[in-house]
Design a binder for this molecule. Structure first.
Ligand code: NAD
Ligand code: UD1
Length: 339
């Protein structure tokens, strides 16, 4: 067991709250900084309920440089895990400056505070979206990066900033984790994804249809070059993803430099396969209509996870059935999310 303390930005959010659980279970102490712009404090109360351990919570914005420096002067964090960010692709095209400010300037402020206070161990939430249109599958970390929306570009700018920083100062130790499609929820049903508005992503939408909050799913195109014509993605259980962060942190204790890793399962499922798996897991109908393709959607995307398996000794364990069952448990126990 460890007694190291970890600063988690955006820790009240979907992936952050699940990672807090895994960190606490592994014996870390956890401090969360979150402005609650896309989350609820109740998620952290639930984290405490699940683990029986306390989380130190600071309601604040990572754009607040003074607060960050003060916090890091007062505490010696063994590592920083940086989830705080905005993530809606459509909104990022409508309000790009809001995204550059929050995601890029926010990350810059965090890195400056870390540099100033001698904190040099960081895990950054990046996204498979940095690859853009796949030239070859599965996607390896060496695939070219060419994001096709402002959200993706904010992630790539931060990645570049980190690589430049590490080139200038070899004492830094950084993991850039590129997530594929996180779904599912903690087994307890106490924490899960709680979108503020109409969900953009497939699984929260499907589960809201199943629970009766929405009438039917619109399948965004069934004329892709895939076995059933619908888009194929690499869905990964959020608990596997969270455990990947704990492994990455452990790896960073043993090395400096930069690790850039895909976190996925290496397997793709279509929209129809996910819909059917969800119907089975929930025992509910998920009616659908087929609509046009969504702008920017690719036919198929899935990860090559060889490098994360080698570097972290980590593999995603949960099946698609578990992803659906756990999403359903969360959704049916919390019909309107944390409210
Ligand atoms: P989320 O919105 O649930 O969590 C993000 C958290 O950050 C929220 O609690 C929000 O309130 C907080 N936050 C945002 N801006 C902040 C700021 N300026 N200061 C303090 N707190 C702030 O999203 P998530 O799904 O948990 O994603 C976490 C990270 O992973 C994000 O950076 C996201 O871009 C990235 N990511 C997510 C996915 C996904 O599909 N969920 C995929 C790839 C990458
Ligand atoms: C989207 C984002 C991506 C982000 C990822 C994880 C876009 C273009 N891309 O990817 O940048 O990293 O989420 O947050 O938004 N689908 C439907 N009906 C729906 C919703 C989705 O058919 O109502 C389909 C999509 O067309 C796609 C699949 O389901 O084939 C998965 O969609 P989604 O969950 O939005 O993830 P991505 O498109 O992979």
């Amino acid at each position: 067991m460890t007694d190291t303390s970890v600063l988690v930005t955006g820790g009240a959010g979907y992936i952050g709250s699940h990672t807090c659980v895994e960190l606490l279970n592994a014996g870390y102490r956890v401090t969360v900084i979150d402005n609650l712009s896309n989350s609820s404090k109740r998620s952290l109360e639930r984290v405490e309920q699940i683990t029986g351990k306390a989380v130190e919570f600071i309601e604040a914005d990572i754009l607040d440089a003074e607060l960050l420096v003060g916090l890091m002067k007062k505490n010696a964090f063994g590592g920083v895990i940086h989830f705080a960010g905005l993530k809606a692709v459509g909104e990022s095209a409508q309000h790009p400056l809001k995204y550059y400010d929050n995601n890029v300037t926010g990350s810059l402020r965090l890195l400056q505070a870390m540099q100033e206070t001698g904190h040099k161990r960081l895990i950054f939430s990046s996204s498979a979206t940095v690859y853009g249109l796949p030239k070859a599958l599965p996607l390896t970390e060496d695939h070219q990066t060419n994001p096709i929306n402002p959200y993706g570009r904010t992630k790539l700018v931060v990645e570049d900033m980190l690589r430049d920083l590490m080139a200038s100062d070899p004492a830094w130790s950084v993991a850039i984790l590129r997530y594929f499609n996180p779904v599912g929820a903690h087994k307890s049903g106490l924490i899960g994804e709680d979108p503020n508005d109409t969900p953009n992503n497939l699984m929260p939408y499907v589960s809201q249809v199943a629970v009766g909050r929405r009438e039917k799913l619109t399948v965004h195109g069934d004329d892709f070059e895939t076995p059933d014509g619908t888009g194929v993605r690499d869905y990964i259980h959020v608990v596997d993803l969270a455990r990947g962060h704990v492994r990455a942190l452990e790896a960073l204790f043993k090395r400096t430099g930069c690790l850039t890793l895909n976190l996925g399962t290496g397997r793709g499922y279509s929209v129809m396969e996910m819909r059917e798996a969800f119907e089975k897991a929930s025992g509910r109908d998920v009616p659908f209509v087929v609509g046009p393709r969504r702008a920017g959607d690719v036919a198929t995307s899935y990860a090559d996870c060889t490098r994360s398996a080698e570097e972290l000794n980590w593999r995603a364990q949960h099946t698609i059935e578990e992803m659906c069952a756990d999403t359903w448990r969360w959704q049916s126990m919390n019909k309107t999310g944390f409210d």
